[in-house]
Design a protein around this ligand. Sequence first.
Ligand code: F6P
Length: 559
Amino acid sequence: MVAAPVDPRSTAAWATLTRLADGFTPDLRRWFAEEPERAARLTLDVGDLHVDLSKNLLDDAVLAALVELAGEVGLEARRDAMFRGDHINVTEDRAVLHTALRQPPDVEVEVEGQDVVDDVHDVLRKVYAFADDVRSGRWTGVTGQRISTVVNIGIGGSDLGPVMAYEALAPYVQDGIECRFISNIDPTDAASTLTGLDPATTLFIVSSKTFGTLETLTNARLCRAWLLDSLRSSGAIGRGEDDTAAAVAKHFVAVSTALDKVAEFGIDPDNAFGFWDWVGGRYSVDSAIGTSLVVAIGPERFDEFLAGFHAVDEHFLRTPLDRNVPVLMGLLNVWYTNFLDAQTHAVLPYSQLLHRFPAYLQQLTMESNGKSVRWDGSPVTTDTGEVFWGEPGTNGQHAFYQLIHQGTRLVPADFIAFADPAYPLADGDKDVHELLLANFFAQTKALAFGKTADEVRAEGTPEAIVPARVFPGNRPTTSIMAPALTPSVLGQLIALYEHITFTQGVVWGIDSFDQWGVELGKQLALQLAPAIDGEESALADQDGSTRALIRYYLEHRTR
Ligand code: F6P
């Protein structure tokens, strides 16, 4: 039985925070001047992540009230319920156990009498054996050639995690193996991704938790047709059923919780890797959904990736709330969203390798917490789910940072950087990574401390343009640093954001593990098919705008 959500507005901490927010005038310049230890006091380590919270709009009273809020809404009890396997995903009546995916083999987590950690390691072993076969060349295509390209076909959590992690860990990818990713039902995606590939050396991984997703199944069929047509036309295989089955068996594997549907598609169940309904799509990169990544970086590195997640899980599970990094970061997001009126949250990696990390986080955070009802079905009592977005620095600096520095909106931002670069390069005698880091340090400093009118004047600026050159400061940032972007550090970063998301969801009383908001659009897309085919009665059933748009399409298409 899942405990009812506590209305955060009914707590004493909420009342305190409301009082503190009223007329709140943060002054980071003064706070740092008055307390030389502020940075040390508000910097915490979790695993290899060194997290500096000191440039947030946070004083002792706010911090204490936020931690009290976490206590009053029962964060620890719900966290423990998640780790234990209670069905905290109430609208789907499921356990939420992505944390079990990274437990070491000797730990037991029982769900309905079954040790799920055992199951996890069984599948991992199977994925690892497959990956070793592909990496070593033991697994060949139907013509006997070694696989050089792995194409992951999936969407949402069955794409964003694998592609983000593959890009992030590019320096660890085995020479001679490349991964590509097809997600969009826009045929351009399949067409452009397949361009230049040799079917004889290409392996497809169809990744879909449900194996019912229109985009993925359509793309899988397109790829199967491309494979068979190309192999047949080059004479590599014949047109008979046996040749077809052999080609599909050597070039298609699947990852899914629905192994029956995988078999229906024509993929040999021996070449399918399972996972479970207690792994949400957006929490699945560390399950068999990461198979493309395992092929790319190898089982050993994937083990390190999992260990990184686990280190942060342990911290989240065992560290008191007032030193618990994901808890504090989640609570800060609540402070900004619910008390200081922030609508968005920027994530700004100073690492080109993390260029898909903000997109990954968009699904994690917004599909989890973009909700208007609580887990008992009652309406939420507060704003929820800020818009997450971002781009790698320094590209963002030359695009949207203007608004963060001088706009009228509060945009809390997480800055992420690494001491060591993946590719150390020098421009003459200048270390280029140092130039990147100089920007990383400069931006959070500028955002926090700004530049006063007097400082602008002191530079000889004409009075008329002084106001335009003032930086107000007190723009909150969290700096996350780590020694290097290793597989373990990437796992740590992902787990950090998973638990931040969880913390916010608990405060808001949200089931962060369902995603009903994506269903209506899917349903309507299917229902609209006859109208798009030009069927008059179906067109007549549409609202005026939709009907007119479809007519525009019908009149302008040339095929
Ligand atoms: O439509 C949203 C969603 O269900 C995501 O939550 C999920 O990650 C994605 O679609 C893909 O689903 P599947 O892995 O079942 O194909």
